[in-house]
Design a protein around this ligand. Structure first.
Ligand code: NAD
Length: 351
């Protein structure tokens, strides 16, 4: 039994692989292009583990994907690979169209041809698990109900629009060709080893470097933050028990503003690593011009996965943030990269 994972050298994919191999003996083929956000150091504990096969390649390379499917005969494909940072999608949308839309299309076509040749029992068990996001639902009004899986798609950024487009392709491959797909819509993830362009690692690293913490607009944008381990647990349940053709929201069910996140991180750093001048880190928070098209509120109704699969988030945000700050302090090689450009240079320089 084998899983084919795409984007497994990134933040969530690497957590998924490490946690999967802690629990299962099933091999994993990990196809990743090692973009700026992919890093094999994320998978260092697996260096000697023969159950993990890393393949350096692009999901748009249909020939390669077809070869991997034929050679390894996976029982499922778990699709994390994507361009994921909203700010980058505003600066340069092309890569988002290419990876998120064209790449997903290439995977769907390769899987469709592989799947339809499988013996009946294997074909019935095959799954294409597509990792989507709550951002496809767009911004919710302050008093609106949390989005269920039937909420209309209203993406705001090139990132969320490219994810929405890939979601539509995935669902159409189910309806038209019968491909047994599953789709997850997860909220903002956090935890160790997140690339330092995302809010939480960015603020921790900038705070420690004595730099301003750039908070978009008034900082009151509401997000549902989920620890990455909770996300991975939900994905394992979906693979085991999710119904083909169904979508599942995954979130913690708590809404927190970006300002609250920033203040919490600052307070944790005040306790753990007080500034040399004794001043609070919160003084470094600096409101900057808002991101164009910035969504003000995401909120997910996770009743479906809780009722049908018995999943619920187990990490309380305060504890998860505290552990993430501790991890960052213990890994200065990670948080020393005080902005995305430095982080990119560091990643590209790795052996
Ligand atoms: P990430 O940016 O950390 O990692 C993405 C990985 O995909 C990297 O390893 C990168 O090298 C790889 N990749 C990029 N383009 C590729 C290509 N063309 N071919 C092969 N590999 C390629 O992303 P992440 O935060 O781990 O997110 C993983 C998935 O989860 C994405 O699909 C994202 O949309 C979704 N998601 C993320 C969050 C979040 O908060 N991070 C929330 C909900 C959903």
């Amino acid at each position: 039994m084998t899983l084919l994972v795409t984007g497994g050298a990134g933040f969530i994919g690497s957590h998924f692989i490490l946690e999967w191999l802690n629990r299962h003996h099933e091999a994993i083929i990990n196809l990743d292009a090692l973009s700026y956000a992919g890093n094999l150091a994320n998978l260092a504990p697996l260096q000697q583990d023969t159950r993990h096969h890393f393949v350096h390649g692009d999901i748009r390379d249909r020939e390669l994907v077809t070869r991997l499917l034929t050679e390894y005969q996976p029982r499922a494909l778990v699709h994390f690979a994507a361009q994921t940072h909203v700010d980058r999608s505003i600066d340069g949308p092309a890569a988002f169209i290419q990876t998120n839309i064209d790449g997903t299309y290439a995977l769907l076509e390769a899987c469709r041809h592989y799947w339809r040749e499988l013996p009946e029992a294997q074909a019935a068990g095959f799954r294409f698990l597509h990792i989507s996001t709550d951002e496809v639902y767009g911004s919710l009004a302050p008093t609106a109900d949390a989005a269920t899986e039937t909420h209309p798609y209203q993406p705001s950024s090139p990132y969320s629009a490219s994810k929405a487009a890939s979601d539509h392709l995935v669902m159409s491959w189910h309806r038209t060709y019968g491909l047994p797909v599953l789709m997850s819509h997860c909220s903002n993830n956090y935890g160790p080893r997140q690339f330092p362009e995302k809010l939480i690692p960015l603020f921790i690293s900038k705070a420690l470097a004595g730099q301003p913490l750039p908070l978009y607009g008034n900082g009151l944008q509401q997000r549902d933050w989920l620890h990455v381990a909770d996300h991975c647990a939900a994905l394992r349940l979906l693979l085991a028990h999710g119904a083909p053709g169904e979508r599942y929201n995954i979130g913690s069910g708590t809404e927190t503003s970006n300002l609250e996140i920033a203040l919490t991180l600052c307070a944790l750093l005040d306790q753990r690593r007080p500034r040399a001048d004794g001043r609070p880190y919160a003084e470094q928070i600096q409101h900057v011009a808002d991101r164009p098209g910035h969504d003000t509120r995401y909120a997910l109704d996770t009743g479906k996965i809780r009722r049908q699969l018995g999943w619920q988030a187990s990490t309380v945000l305060a504890e998860g943030l505290s552990a993430t700050v501790d991890w960052s302090l213990q890994h200065p090689e990670w948080s020393a990269h005080d902005n995305a450009d430095a982080a990119i240079a560091w990643r590209q320089a790795r052996p």
